[in-house]
Write a protein that binds this ligand. Structure first.
Ligand code: IPE
Ligand code: IPE
Ligand code: MG
Length: 242
């Protein structure tokens, strides 16, 4: 099955870094007359399938948007439910994930509960030496907040006199981002019909290709990912050139 699907894409020219905004869980549930929590549970299951598939076809970096800084404004019950799902995922991730996957959590970790933060740090440490796909989970993540964080690090260097403002480069700012050392996303995918970034990877998205779809995240299958990659492979990326 996978073999058949793979045929549609050139495995030699895969996007090195794919980023996905996992949106549409709530609408998926509502259409089925289910509570939003059922949508999040289905979305979490789908996330595992997509991670596995990306590892199998040879994607080097996968970043998923799981919870934004703005999502803290949701009703407390929903936030609790999402945090519980994340905790469950982190508990099982080490044994369930392909043993080559390295996990990184990007976002404001100081916003997470101590229990969650400990689990996050343990999973990162346990998978740090792995050499396969890097899986970035964006958790309490906001692109503006990330840039602000990087700017503060630079400001400290300026204040201490180690760097002059005129000498600040793009590379120096990139080094202060949560994704330091990683390539920028080549392809950003947003299911659910929305056509916006919602504060996702603002700096890193400068030259990313976008792919949108009306499919809601829990229904987003590997076949849709193949479709997105196939579309990506037909694009002409010019990076401002001719
Ligand atoms: C994505 O689904 C999950 C999170 C944002 C945490 P939503 O919960 O945003 O689902 P919709 O957009 O309401 O359908
Ligand atoms: C973006 O989805 C965040 C995640 C998928 C984690 P939202 O549902 O929060 O985005 P908006 O509110 O539609 O912009
Ligand atoms: Mg949404």
């Amino acid at each position: 099955m996978i073999h058949l699907r793979k045929k549609k894409i050139d495995l030699e020219r895969l996007p090195r870094h794919i980023a996905i905004i996992m949106d549409g869980n709530g609408r998926w549930a509502r259409r089925r007359g289910l509570p939003r929590s059922a949508g999040h549970a289905a979305g979490a299951e789908n996330f595992k399938t997509i991670v596995r598939f990306c590892g199998e076809i040879g994607i080097s970096y996968l970043t998923v948007y799981a919870f934004s800084t703005e999502n803290w404004s949701r009703p407390i019950d929903e936030v609790d439910n999402l945090m519980r799902l994340l905790e469950e995922y982190l508990d099982k991730a080490y044994t369930e994930l392909d043993d080559r996957v390295r996990v990184r959590i990007i976002g404001e970790r100081e916003m997470l509960s101590e229990v969650l933060r400990t689990k996050v740090e343990k999973l990162e440490a346990d998978t740090a030496e792995r050499t396969g796909m890097v899986l970035n989970i964006a958790l309490s993540y906001g692109g503006r907040q990330e840039i602000l964080h990087a700017v503060r690090l630079l400001a400290e260097k300026v204040e201490s006199g180690t760097v002059k403002p005129a000498d600040i480069t793009e590379e120096m700012l990139s080094k202060g981002l949560y994704t330091a050392g990683q390539p920028d996303p080549d392809l950003i995918i947003r299911p659910s019909g929305e056509k916006r970034l919602s504060n996702f990877l603002l700096w890193q998205a400068a030259y990313a290709e976008f792919w949108y779809s009306d499919i809601l995240w829990p229904s987003f299958k590997t076949a849709h990912l193949v479709e997105a990659i196939a579309a990506f492979q037909k694009r002409d990326r010019r990076f401002g050139g001719v």
